[in-house]
Design a protein around this ligand. Sequence first.
Ligand code: MD6
Ligand code: FE
Length: 215
Amino acid sequence: MATEPNIAGLDIAGARFLPGLLSVHEQIELAGEIAAIMAEAPLFRPRMPRNGRPFSVSMTNCGALGWVSDESGYRYQSHHPVTGRCWPALPGRLAALWQRVTGLAALPEACLVNYYDGHARMGLHQDRDEADFRAPVLSLSLGDSALFRIGGTARGGPTRSVTLASGDGLVLEGASRLAFHGIDRIRAGSSRLLPQGGRINLTLRRVTPLPDDGG
Ligand code: MD6
Ligand code: FE
């Protein structure tokens, strides 16, 4: 039986680590497109459901739907929570990259843009606000490197860590689609890609069910 590809030695079926997915030239072009998206849809600070504590990362989105979090809970919505405007369009290069990497014809509906300064982190979580877990999540990293941690589908199990550097891709699909994962820390100053420093992570997702043919 063929074994599924794993993150460099991680026994997490379906997780694909794609180091150097984006060339330096592609990273520069993508960073420019994301800067334009942030100008149109400014970064905002999400808050934890219930207690309203602010995240240490700031966020925005592009695509038809965007992920937001506040006292009312986690959800996808078509408009920016502060400006009330629709999210900027998903850049064509991200749609093309999604199709190439995932093999799906169905395009991503959401692209969450997370910005980390040198002190930001993200606690272990599952991505489970989407309707159809057959669709993978594709993550792309730009700027400073980050220490990414991933475990299994149960909270509190063993975890492994991998450094995500600028240009790296990561796909969570299959069993790993619901794996717990997070960012322990940022290596501030490790990249000169972003003029403001820090790290940008993009996660491309389907939100609604795939078509009957699986997309
Ligand atoms: C980050 N990534 O790299 C956080 N989610 O900043 C994620 O939360 C993530 O890398 C789903 C799939 C891949 C990811
Ligand atoms: Fe996630």
